[in-house]
Design a protein around this ligand. Structure first.
Ligand code: HEM
Length: 398
């Protein structure tokens, strides 16, 4: 069926209205969810002392997008870009279309959308604020286990982390956020991740990764004194970062073909936890404390000293951080069966003192290393949250 002139003019007028006037005053309703028992309308707060997507109970879907500033970018341009992102994110997370949103219906299902902005070293240079760059904001040292693909998954000037329980919401938010600033940035990479779907398990259930393990058990609980101390910056070194934090983003491939050759006890000894409940090999329930000193009747440690949890366990309180990983399962290369792994994301006040010693220990030895390969690595400063009159990053740039 051909399009009539009326259709064409109608569509053109709608696009003009969207671009020129915005959808601000018009309430867009997703009729497919009204009056039904759905979670699509749930929202997470955008404004506040911290950015969303860090302490937020993990949503089912995530997209991490690494972007580079164009060559002529300066401080004013970066401030403009962060202002646009803040305004768009404030609206989208509330379930309101962004300004000039050409698909406003897609914005009507926020599904707990969060947008988190990260700043890489190149952004500090472009905006001429390297005197305010935290000392830990630099690429991690290279480890012998790494097989990094810099072009595909390496360090970028900026990061967008977009999470929601609905993948359509994520795709729309990413599209809107990027297309509105495309004269200022280029996209280097995009990593899509997922967890168990919302309500396929009771809220608060620890996720499973694609090796089948319960992943994320040992983590500081949000909104506790411990979490605040380990994750949120107190501004003692950089006032602008008060309430912000850092992100280490590692893309880690899982060698599932060879992992599947290991029997169940072998897999459990590799991690130091059981596969069914995720309990430590010395306990019966997921959240039991592991006993790294326990031995069997032959005097052999129950949790092998080379197991993942024995190696990753903090040696002092300052070596802890908040993990919020996502699975990835992308199309395989020709001839391969799968292309799966973990988008490992950890948040901490100081990468050098909290994260690095643990990563160094794991790189030296971790029984799991035989089946995991880091292929991407990037670090970012995550500025604090903002109020209705500010923008993300304003404390750094003003
Ligand atoms: C614990 C899997 C990479 C740090 C665990 C656990 C699993 C797991 C199943 C036990 C349950 C839990 O507490 O979450 C994996 C997989 C990885 C990976 C499949 C790679 C594909 C890493 C990396 C780091 C790390 C790169 C940090 C450099 C930790 C820490 C714990 C942990 C700190 C808690 C240890 C404890 O105190 O018991 N991981 N992990 N993991 N992992 Fe990983």
């Amino acid at each position: 069926r051909g399009l009539s002139r009326r259709h064409l003019f109608g569509a053109g007028a709608a696009a003009l209205g969207a671009a020129g006037l915005g959808w601000g005053a018009q309430e867009i309703v997703d009729h497919s969810t009204t009056g039904t028992d759905t979670d699509g309308g749930l929202t997470e707060p955008f404004h506040g002392p911290h950015q969303g997507g860090i302490a937020t109970p993990p949503q089912a879907h995530a997209q991490f997008v690494g972007l580079d500033l164009r060559e002529n970018a300066d401080r004013a341009m970066v401030a403009g870009l962060l202002t646009v992102w803040t305004q768009d994110a404030a609206r989208l997370t509330a379930g309101t279309p962004a300004l000039a949103d050409t698909e406003p219906e897609l914005a009507a299902t926020p599904a707990r959308l969060t947008v988190t902005v990260g700043l890489g070293p190149g952004m500090f240079s472009a905006a001429d604020v390297t005197d305010r760059q935290p000392s830990w904001l630099r690429p991690l040292p290279s480890f012998p286990i790494d097989r990094l693909d810099e072009n595909s998954w390496g360090q970028t000037d900026l990061l967008l982390q977009v999470c929601a329980d609905d993948p359509v919401t994520v795709a729309h938010a990413v599209r809107v956020l990027i297309k509105n600033v495309r004269s200022l940035v280029t996209v280097r990479w995009s990593q899509r991740g997922f967890r168990n779907a919302r309500r396929s398990h009771p809220d608060g259930t620890t996720m499973r990764n694609l090796m089948g393990q319960v992943d994320g058990t040992v983590n500081p609980a949000p909104a506790t004194e411990e979490f605040n101390r380990l994750v949120w910056d107190d501004g003692s070194r950089h006032r602008w970062l008060t309430g912000g934090t850092s992100l280490v983003l590692r893309r880690i491939r899982m060698e599932l073909d060879t992992w599947e050759e290991i029997d169940r006890p072998g897999r459990e000894l590799t991690v130091g936890r059981t596969l069914d409940t995720g309990a430590p090999l010395t306990g019966t329930a997921e959240h039991d404390d592991p006993d790294f000193t326990a031995t069997d009747t032959l005097g052999i440690p129950v949790i092998p000293p080379g197991s993942h949890i024995a190696r990753a366990h903090h040696t002092h309180d300052g070596e802890r951080f908040h993990r919020r990983a996502y699975n990835y399962d992308d199309p395989p290369q020709p001839g391969q069966v799968s292309n799966s792994g973990l988008i490992f994301a950890s948040y901490q006040r100081d990468i050098d003192t909290q994260f690095l010693p643990v990563q160094q220990r794991l790189a030296e030895f971790d029984a799991l290393n035989q089946w995991t390969t880091p292929i991407g690595s990037a670090v970012y400063a995550l500025p604090p949250g903002t109020g209705p009159d500010g923008y993300l990053g304003d404390t750094l740039l003003e």
